[in-house]
Ligand binder design. Structure first.
Ligand code: SF4
Ligand code: SF4
Length: 481
């Protein structure tokens, strides 16, 4: 079947339980943001901007676990910020598993290999040859170094005792991938991130983890590129994909204008544009393991309307329960119940093509409308969802050097952003810009260290320094070039 049976049954039980009880509103997925600190500063990310004054704050572990119990959603998406920076991420995953939740760790992928090396160090056992053969495979594919392999083999007692993230059918690494190499690195504003994500996914599959990806589609996103991206990710045996249209919610819109000097209209999708971009979403749903209901897919393709059910994917963060939705903030509440009872939900969303709140006008995002498809009371919709979930899993797309070549179309082949930046600075006439470019300081992107470790603290001084050097002499040399 398309998705693991145990997970499908767990979610179905949750919905049936609440429908039998007549619960009017309930949570399906908790978006848990234990912190907003991030090692990247992606174009279009409102999170790190909206919460810029509380970037150092974190939700204590016990409070995170209490929030999951409070809304009792069967699925918890740990996001942020970058959740792998959260000091208690392992304990958080373990605690949520003890509560029986399905867990998605939404990550930009940069720290994944480090976390998996920690797992290997904790479990490596000379008496079990399976671990040594995994190490050999990782070495053969250059996913770890000889030095790292030795550190795993000779882990000390502290490394052995560390709480780690084990492979599990109840847990997914959910890696942020917004396109193939050139586009992705441009959007995350740092070279080498795509390559690191691919390495992390490959390592995760060798070790038996479940992996997923999540992709935001922008106005300039090329549909053919999306198809190539799905083919490539499928060839890596990725277990599922979330895809959602980018939306010009307040925080991201302000950042567009202030920091990048861009008109949000050049970047984010209107409803009409979304429908054009997602015209083939149902075909993608047949060919690839797309998360999200077929009802939501019909909505994205413009075949039907849905009403926003933002209360089903609530967000909890350092300020409390964020309302009305993941994107917009009109207030924070101390409990999920208080948020449900206080927010005037009928003021939001789009009904019969009319926006009840002007900010909702072009929104078709996954976190507002995917649960609408899952919770629909129409028998046809229930049948459609069942058919999709219990249908055969799409076959893996065959890997090929040609597909690999299409995927690595950026810094790996010398078509990096820094090279373009220098060309642009040296020749103003060559600085024709796309919507993913910056206004006056284009392509000041640092590269990701190739050891898969830290790529920065989240401040932009490294990039600003680099920019100054580029402007100064145009001869900066980085690993990425
Ligand atoms: S990885 Fe990018 S999109 Fe995710 S929180 Fe960090 S800056 Fe935002
Ligand atoms: S339609 Fe729903 S999810 Fe979208 S912005 Fe409005 S309240 Fe939020």
């Amino acid at each position: 079947m398309r998705f693991p049976l145990a997970l499908t049954v767990k979610i179905a039980r949750h919905i049936i339980k609440h429908k039998l009880r007549g619960t009017p509103k309930f949570a399906m997925v908790l978006q848990l943001e234990p912190l907003h600190t991030c090692n990247l500063t992606c174009t279009g990310c409102g999170r790190i901007r909206e919460y810029s004054t509380s970037l150092k704050d974190m939700v204590p572990l016990e409070q995170c676990l209490a929030a999951a119990k409070d809304c009792d959603a069967p699925m918890v998406s740990i996001c942020g910020g970058e959740p792998l920076i959260y000091p208690k991420i392992e304990e958080l995953v373990a605690g949520l598993r003890e509560q029986g939740r399905i867990i998605y760790i939404c990550t930009n992928g940069v720290f994944m290999r480090k976390k998996m090396r920690e797992y290997l160090a904790a479990v490596y056992d000379t008496a079990n040859p399976a671990f040594e053969s995994q190490l050999k495979e990782l070495l053969a594919q250059s996913l770890i170094t000889e030095k790292e392999a030795e550190a795993i083999r000779n882990a000390d007692a502290a490394a052995k005792a560390k709480t780690v993230i084990h492979p599990s059918k109840w847990h997914y690494w959910n890696v942020h991938v917004d396109g193939l190499e050139f586009t992705h690195d441009l959007i995350v504003e740092r070279e080498g991130v795509f390559k690191e994500c691919v390495a992390a996914i490959k390592m995760a599959k060798i070790l038996g983890y479940q992996t997923a990806t999540n992709t935001t589609v922008y106005k300039e996103t090329d549909v053919q590129e999306l198809e190539d991206m799905f083919k490539f990710l499928s060839s890596l045996n990725v277990d599922g994909h979330t895809i959602s249209p980018g939306y010009d919610y307040d925080a991201a819109k302000k950042d567009m204008v202030k920091r990048l000097g861009k008109d949000p209209k050049d970047f984010f999708l209107t409803r009409d544009m979304t429908r054009k971009k997602f015209a083939k979403i149902e075909e993608w749903g047949r060919l690839f393991t797309i998360f999200g209901t077929p009802v939501y897919q019909e909505f994205l393709a413009g075949k039907r309307e849905l009403t926003c059910t933002a209360w089903a994917i609530p967000t909890y963060n350092v300020k409390g329960w964020k309302a009305p939705c993941y994107l917009m903030t009109d207030g924070h509440y101390p409990t999920y119940g208080e948020m449900l009872g206080t927010v005037k939900w009928e003021k939001y969303g789009v009904v019969e093509g009319v926006a009840r709140d002007s900010r909702c006008e072009h929104c078709m995002v996954h976190c507002g409308y995917d649960p609408s498809g899952a919770l629909s009371n129409k028998p046809y919709d229930s049948w459609l969802n069942m058919k999709y979930n219990f249908g055969p899993r799409p076959t893996t797309y065959p890997a090929s050097p040609e597909l690999e070549k299409r995927a690595f179309n950026g810094v790996t082949i010398g078509r990096g952003h820094l090279a373009e930046a220098k060309a642009a600075i040296q020749s103003p006439a060559a600085s024709a810009r796309g919507a993913f470019s910056r206004k006056d300081d284009d392509h000041d992107h640092a590269s990701v260290p190739t050891n898969g470790g830290s790529c920065g603290s989240g401040d932009t001084s490294q990039r600003d320094d680099l920019l100054a050097k580029i402007k100064g002499n145009g001869t900066v040399t980085t690993k990425a070039e």
